[in-house]
Design a protein around this ligand. Structure first.
Ligand code: SF4
Length: 186
C-alpha cells in the first residue's frame, strides 16, 4: 500500500506554534545542556550493586516503550497481549510495569527476574534528569544507591548522553520549548 504523504496536522500545528521544527528544538536543548557547567563536570563513578533499592520502596512509574514490551514478552516466552494485560498499564506513549502494594516491581523477586532485558529506565538509573537536576536531589539519591561512587567513571558527556537517551522516549515539542526558554539565560 502506498505511504500516505499528507503532512501530519499535529506536527504542522506544533511547528507553527513553536516557531521552529521539533528537530531543531531538540538540537538547541542538546547544545544548551552540553555547554553548561554541572556539579558532575568531573564525572561520577557508578556500578550497580544489584541491591534492589531502586526496584522496591515508594510506588512510581516504570516506563516501558513498545519495543521493550516485545523484548520482555519474548524473554518470558509469553504472548505480547497476555504480557500487557498481566503486567502493564498504559501511560503516555507506552506502558508502566505494575507494582505490588508495597511498591515493589512485579519483576523483583530477590533480584530482577528480567535483568538482561530490563527497561531502559532501569538501565539508566541513577542518571535520570530528575536525579541530576540539583545537588540536593543527587545527594538524596547517593544515600539510597550504594552503586554511586563505585566502579568505572562516567564522564559528564556520557552522563548527559544517558540522560538524553532516557528522555528521547518521553520528550515532547512543548517540553523542548519549555527547556529552551529556561536555558536561554545561561
Ligand atoms: S539502588 Fe543502585 S546499586 Fe541498588 S539496584 Fe538500584 S542502581 Fe543498583
Amino acid at each position: 500500500m502506498a505511504k500516505d504523504k499528507t503532512p501530519n496536522l499535529k506536527a504542522l500545528v506544533q511547528r507553527k506554534v513553536l516557531g521552529g521544527d521539533f528537530k531543531s528544538q531538540k538540537y538547541m536543548v542538546r547544545k544548551r545542556l552540553y555547554n553548561r557547567s554541572y556539579f558532575f563536570d568531573q564525572g561520577i563513578h557508578f556500578e550497580c550493586q544489584r541491591c534492589g533499592v531502586c526496584c522496591t520502596g515508594d510506588p512510581g512509574i516504570i516506563y516501558v516503550g513498545k519495543e521493550e514490551v516485545t523484548r520482555i514478552a519474548e524473554y518470558l516466552s509469553v504472548q505480547v497481549p497476555f504480557f500487557i494485560e498481566k503486567y502493564l498499564f498504559s501511560i503516555n506513549k507506552g506502558y508502566s510495569i505494575r507494582e505490588h502494594e508495597d511498591g515493589r516491581c512485579s519483576f523483583y523477586e530477590n533480584g530482577c527476574t528480567i535483568y538482561p532485558v530490563r527497561p531502559d529506565q532501569c538501565k539508566t538509573f541513577p542518571f535520570w534528569f530528575e536525579n541530576l537536576r540539583s545537588v540536593k536531589k543527587w545527594k538524596r539519591i547517593c544515600k539510597e544507591c550504594p552503586g554511586i561512587g563505585c566502579g568505572p567513571l562516567y564522564s559528564k558527556e556520557q552522563i548527559l548522553e544517558i540522560v538524553q537517551s532516557n528522555m528521547d522516549a518521553i520528550v515532547t515539542p512543548e517540553f523542548c520549548m519549555k527547556i529552551n526558554e529556561n536555558l536561554k539565560n545561561y
